[in-house]
Design a protein around this ligand. Structure first.
Ligand SMILES: NC(=O)c1ccc[n+]([C@@H]2O[C@H](COP(=O)([O-])OP(=O)(O)OC[C@H]3O[C@@H](n4cnc5c(N)ncnc54)[C@H](OP(=O)(O)O)[C@@H]3O)[C@@H](O)[C@H]2O)c1
Length: 267
């Protein structure tokens, strides 16, 4: 199937993580030009850069900091011109459960700064780039989480930061068309996905079976499951009239227990 992503310039934050790196690989296969933002880990991206020196631009930025996000877009535009698609994918989650009565203000602020303020800044400089480089089409994809819809006890900072994506999307889908008439804003909400972020939980057999108790398909997502939804929303050919929508990629999860522990793990 043709995606029409050839020669489109796509910027993605969190490019060095599990979902990010898979998305970068898929975009490069589609022959997009990719500006990939990492924060601390660059090794896997370096390998891709050796393979695709002409179509991959690696940029280090902390999405919490406005000057760094502004510099990220400057680097992107000077390398490949107008950014056509942005994917706000960078995110953090505390590895250990913490009740709200014990959560520090520092933890709360840090999670919201990376996840929500990071998405705001990514959107802000994406829109500035659209204004400076006018054209018809544009796509912004926010990576949320099922936690933002169903909540997640002991991770209230994380679920609140992801719930905020909905307000951002519903507002920005009406703003983007003032700058790019066919511009679109959508969310991809992954459920449990096999990446470094979820590694600790998924390696704990007890935790894994309670996770699987809530997923009709009784499997966690692969990074490719999420990437495929992101690519669909990035493509004007495939989703050119889709805006203000949330695609949940979570095997049918609906935030309640469906199976007993014994039935949760398939043979
Ligand atoms: N895995 C899941 O089960 C799951 C479920 C629902 C939603 N999600 C969401 O999916 C997105 C991708 O997560 P993932 O599973 O791929 O996790 P991951 O492997 O831990 O990747 C997280 C990415 O975010 C980047 N990042 C963290 N803090 C940053 C900062 N301050 N500035 C810039 N980048 C920063 C990391 O950069 P460095 O590695 O370079 O430091 C990394 O590239 C996140 O928004 C996450 O909340 C994941």
């Amino acid at each position: 199937m043709k995606t029409g992503l050839i020669n489109k310039h796509v910027l993605i934050t969190g490019a060095s993580g599990g979902i990010g790196i898979q998305t970068v690989k898929s975009l490069l296969k589609e022959r997009s030009e990719v500006s990939a933002c990492y924060h601390t880990r660059r090794r896997q991206l370096n390998q891709l850069s050796d393979k695709y020196p002409d179509s991959l631009n690696l940029v280090k930025a902390d999405v919490k900091h406005e000057d760094e996000v502004a510099a990220l877009y400057e680097s992107a535009v000077s390398r490949f011109g107008r950014v056509d698609v942005s994917i706000a994918n960078a995110g953090i989650a505390n590895a250990t459960p913490v009740g709200i009565h014990e959560m520090t203000v520092e933890q709360w602020d840090n999670t919201l700064r990376v996840n929500l303020r990071g998405a705001f800044l990514t959107a802000k400089y994406f829109f500035k780039n659209l204004e400076d480089n006018p054209d018809e089409d544009a796509s912004l994809i926010l990576v949320g989480s099922t936690a933002g819809v169903f909540g997640e006890a002991w991770f209230a900072d994380y679920s609140t930061s992801k719930a905020g994506m909905t307000g951002l999307m519903m507002s920005l889908k009406n703003e983007i068309v003032q700058i790019a008439p066919r511009g679109r804003v959508n969310i991809v909400n992954p459920g449990w996905t096999s990446t470094p972020m979820a590694e600790e939980a998924l390696e704990d057999r007890n935790r894994l079976s309670s996770i699987l108790q809530t997923i009709p398909m009784r499997k966690v997502a692969t990074p490719s499951d999420i990437t495929n939804a992101i690519l669909y929303l990035a493509s004007d050919t495939l989703s050119g009239h889709v805006s203000g929508q949330t695609i949940t990629v979570a095997g049918g999860m609906e935030g309640r227990v469906l199976f007993s522990k014994e039935d949760a793990v398939r043979d």
